[in-house]
Write a protein that binds this ligand. Structure first.
Ligand code: GFB
Length: 324
């Protein structure tokens, strides 16, 4: 079933500035693709069907990586439900519709492991979609992400479009969001331990009980899997992307502490939500196709922390220049 994306294909990465989109662009460049199409938010509001149609007519992509969206961690998901459902529903709808109208060769849509029921059997197989109630802290986002899967299936069934869906586990890596109000746990922990070290503090606050279990995939592995799936997968069903290995939030916090600020103490704030108790994906379908990740979590945390430090240094030198 291997169908290579020709190296001269016009490839649109919707959401190129984000964690995932920037990794997909890096991966495509490294593989020799030169006609990579991107559009900033200012150039194109992906929630506007008219604007998206015009952009597709003018730019005529052959392949589309639909990795754009409004995303965030547990707090952002539970406090900004309208943005999470509206933005994502609209973005998925406009890009899928415009891809159909302009006869895009293939589209890959990226969902999230929060589509599965809160009490799904672990590890979570693809078949468990829509078999039980969702986790309340992110049900708005999850509903939009489920709608994205259904959009791809509907266009495939009605029009024969080659639109596929991949469901990644929790992601992290360079270009992640380190803002504590909206970030996911891994970048939040890097920032908190780093800030404590800088300020000479030793207590670092961890939200919740520390007992929830999560799986983490480096975004460069995800980008590699997305290109692999574009070339090797064409099916109605969505497919899980992850490592198949999880750990508790406490264990994750200890790992980050050991790398960033070994003498720090963990303090659990149990007034903050835990979210879903466990979320580890069954990745046997993807493994059977011949793909597996390359990063282990320790290397991933170390390299992400290195990236974070470099960004901090760049920002402070820019501040220095603007103050001079
Ligand atoms: O990564 P996270 O925000 O998202 O939180 P989810 C994972 C776990 O880490 C939760 C705990 O149990 C949090 O309470 N945690 C501990 C922290 N300290 C912190 C912290 O400082 N910041 C954050 N953010 N968490 C999201 C969904 O769920 O996962 C999205 O809300 C999406 O919809 C995403 O699916 C992948 O794994 O709980």
């Amino acid at each position: 079933m291997f169908q290579p994306m020709p190296k001269d294909a016009r490839v649109y990465v919707a959401g190129h500035a984000g964690l995932v989109g920037s990794a997909v662009v890096r991966r495509l460049r490294a593989a020799g693709y030169t006609d990579i199409l991107t559009a900033t938010r200012r150039e194109l509001d992906l929630r506007d069907q008219g604007a998206v149609n015009v952009w597709f007519e003018n730019n005529r992509p052959d392949y589309v990586f639909l990795v754009a969206g409004t995303v965030g961690g547990i707090l952002a998901n539970s406090t900004r439900p309208a943005e999470f459902i509206y933005d994502n529903l609209m973005i998925h709808g406009t890009v899928v519709e415009a891809s159909h109208r302009t006869s895009v060769t293939k589209l890959l849509y990226l969902g999230s492991s929060c589509i599965y029921p809160r009490h799904a059997t672990q590890p979570i197989t693809e078949e468990q979609l829509l078999t039980g109630p969702l986790e309340p802290t992110n049900e708005w986002y999850a509903v939009a992400k489920i709608a994205g899967i259904k959009l791809c299936q509907a266009y495939r069934r009605q029009y024969g479009s080659d639109f596929i869906s991949a469901m990644p586990t929790n992601l992290y890596g360079p270009n992640d969001n380190f803002d504590l109000a909206s970030s996911h746990v891994l970048p939040a922990l890097i920032r908190k331990f780093h800030d404590a070290k800088q300020s000479g503090g030793d207590a670092v606050e961890i939200w919740g009980t520390g007992s929830p279990m999560r799986e983490f995939l480096h975004v460069d592995d995800l980008a590699d899997a997305c290109v692999f799936l574009m070339e090797n997968y064409s099916d109605d069903s969505h497919i899980n992307v992850g490592t198949g290995v999880d750990l508790s939030i406490r264990e994750l916090a200890e790992k980050v502490r050991d790398i960033v600020h070994p003498s720090a103490r963990l303090v659990f704030d149990t007034s903050k939500p835990d979210g879903t108790p466990r979320k580890v994906l069954d990745v046997s379908r993807l493994n059977d196709l011949g793909w597996s990740p390359s990063y282990d979590l320790d290397r991933g945390i170390r390299t992400t922390y290195q990236w974070f430090i470099e960004q901090q240094a760049k920002q402070s030198s820019l501040r220095g220049m603007s103050e001079a």
